[in-house]
Design a protein around this ligand. Structure first.
Ligand SMILES: C[S@@+](CC[C@H](N)C(=O)[O-])C[C@H]1O[C@@H](n2cnc3c(N)ncnc32)[C@H](O)[C@@H]1O
Length: 263
């Protein structure tokens, strides 16, 4: 990783705001930097370049194929038409103005969004499936780049506590290399609300966490991750590495939970 990441909770954020004498408005931003229109254009073209590289890769096509296979399973189980994806939510992307890893992950998110919107017929007249992004590290420059790609920056730190969508349709959570507490909060929220069948999680492999962490740590600190693995409630498809020594998408899996009764 290029940068040292810090977990930012609501409390930490309030403290930083207090210290900096800043207050939240619509989108809470911890740091503001000066930039020009041409800086933005430069940032956007870096992401577009990453998209061009990804779209040519077997990795991207395999990624789409895996997601599509999972969605077809959901659709078959629900006997519904294809347009059942309600939203994509991205947590923990990192700062796209500071990190090339975040830029590649953003490029992949945009490509996936287009692919999935086209697939569900949402892309007629450029209509995309709603896609929400949040990372407490975003600065105003990041927000400008993200909004250029029609992504909606959430105004609140949900700390991963978001329920899968409404009765019909599902939510995809795109959370590459997020801290474990975010996955745990997401699982907690959806287990408690019985909406596990409404979410798909693209993020660090739960299976790898199980293999690498002592059972006591998982059990005590990440009890919802522990629960879904120990009770065999998750079905996981691991992505190949994009490149050798891939620091961008390594250890990433697609997790779904539909098949299981989560009582
Ligand atoms: C390990 S970094 C991963 C960054 C990037 N995705 C990567 O692979 O390099 C974890 C990210 O989660 C973000 N994060 C921390 N708390 C968060 C929260 N409550 N909601 C969303 N993101 C959060 C951090 O700011 C950081 O950017």
């Amino acid at each position: 990783m290029l940068e040292e990441w810090k977990t930012v909770t609501r409390k930490t954020k309030r403290r930083i705001e207090k210290e900096n004498n800043t207050s939240s408005n619509c989108v809470e931003i911890l740091s503001n930097i000066n930039f020009t229109r041409s800086d933005i254009q430069h940032g956007i073209s870096k992401v577009e370049k990453a998209s061009e590289e990804l779209i040519e890769s077997a990795f991207f096509h395999k990624f789409c194929k895996y997601i599509e296979t999972v969605l077809i399973k959901y659709e078959n189980d629900c006997h519904e038409e294809t347009s059942m994806l309600n939203e994509i939510v991205c947590y923990g992307l990192g700062s796209v103005s500071n990190s090339y890893i975040a830029r590649y992950q953003l490029a992949m998110l945009i490509l996936l969004l287009k692919f999935l919107s086209q697939r569900t017929g949402n892309n007629c007249g450029n209509k995309l499936i709603p896609c929400y992004v949040y990372d407490p590290i975003f600065n105003n420059f990041d927000v400008a780049i993200l909004e250029n790609f029609k992504l909606k920056v959430l105004s609140e730190n949900e700390e991963g506590r978001r329920k899968g969508s409404s009765e019909h349709g599902i939510s995809i959570f795109y959370m590459i290399h997020c801290d474990k507490f975010l996955y745990d909060n997401l699982l907690c929220e959806n287990l408690e609300n019985r909406t596990m069948d409404k979410i798909i999680v693209i993020g660090n492999s739960f299976k790898t966490m199980w293999e690498r962490l002592p059972e006591s740590v998982l059990k005590n600190e990440y009890k919802f991750i522990y629960k879904i693995i120990s009770e065999d409630l998750v079905s996981e498809t691991m992505l190949d590495n994009w490149k050798d020594n891939d620091a961008i998408f390594n250890d990433t899996s697609i997790h779904c939970f539909r098949k299981f009764s989560l009582t």
